[in-house]
Design a protein around this ligand. Structure first.
Ligand code: SAM
Length: 240
């Protein structure tokens, strides 16, 4: 029997462990995917790796699965955060999904001077992160924080975490991370309107901020997020 469906659960996982399934998970497994008792699924919870599990009870409003064996160890992404200004709903969803696939530890939406969104549906974005982790084989789901003002975030920033600032003003400059040390980093992506002059001055004055060009063309924010994550992962992250 091939196990294809991966589910993220809150429950501890271990040999023989019985895991209760929520109503939404039961609906998906037994209603949508038409699985029944004895079917095999994969479970992870962000702590205990990935486990092969057997459906023990398949009910309309819930059910349970029994852990059989561990199929992958717990793997944490590099200590990389994505800080980005939310844009239109579908593109923001895309950024969260791709950030999980490319590998980040934490996602922080920020409000900048030129950000249109005044609030975000944090719970919906967190669900997108869970779905992306289920689909891409990750055993960790990054936390998606609620919207914070960029200024507030910078005021309490730990200087030990460097910021790779995707700076549209450097368009066309040479792009290199040569000489950059691995360790805690964050990538910062601006909104459609870019960063304001005062934000630019503030960022440029911070010793832990490294501005970077993402090539000779201006990218949409969602493309810029993917490009910066790829650049960082290949130079300093877990793609090396
Ligand atoms: N309105 C801005 C302009 O015309 O200069 C462009 C903003 S761009 C759509 C959104 C964000 O993507 C920027 O704030 C920056 O973080 C990032 N970005 C896009 N293209 C980039 C590039 N070539 N180099 C560095 N960052 C870039």
């Amino acid at each position: 029997m091939t196990a294809k469906i991966r589910l993220c659960v809150d429950h501890p996982l271990g040999t023989g462990q019985s895991v209760a399934l929520t109503e939404a998970q039961a609906h998906y497994l037994f209603g949508v995917m038409r699985l029944g008792a004895e079917a095999r699924i994969l479970l992870f919870n962000g702590r205990d790796g990935e486990w092969l599990a057997r459906i023990a009870v398949a009910g309309k409003r819930g059910g349970s699965a029994e852990c059989l064996e561990q199929t992958a160890p717990q793997r944490m992404p590099p200590d990389l955060w994505l800080v980005f200004a939310p844009i239109k709903k579908a593109r923001t969803d895309f950024i969260v999904e791709k950030a999980v696939e490319l590998g980040v530890a934490r996602i922080l939406p920020v409000q900048t001077e030129f950000t249109n969104a005044e609030r975000i549906r944090q719970d919906r974005l967190q669900s997108h992160a869970v779905e992306a982790a289920e689909q891409c084989g990750a055993t960790h789901v990054p936390v998606v924080e609620d919207l914070t003002a960029l200024e507030k975030l910078l005021a309490r920033w730990d200087a030990g975490r460097r910021i790779l600032w995707a700076d549209e003003a450097r368009v066309g400059a040479a792009t290199t991370l040569a000489g950059a040390e691995p360790g805690p980093w964050a990538i910062l992506i601006g909104p459609e309107g870019g960063f304001s002059p005062s934000e630019r001055r503030r960022l440029a004055a911070l010793p832990f901020v490294a501005p970077v060009s993402l090539g000779p063309r201006i990218l949409r924010a969602d493309t810029a997020a993917c490009a910066a994550l790829t650049l960082w992962q290949a130079s300093l992250g877990d793609w090396r």
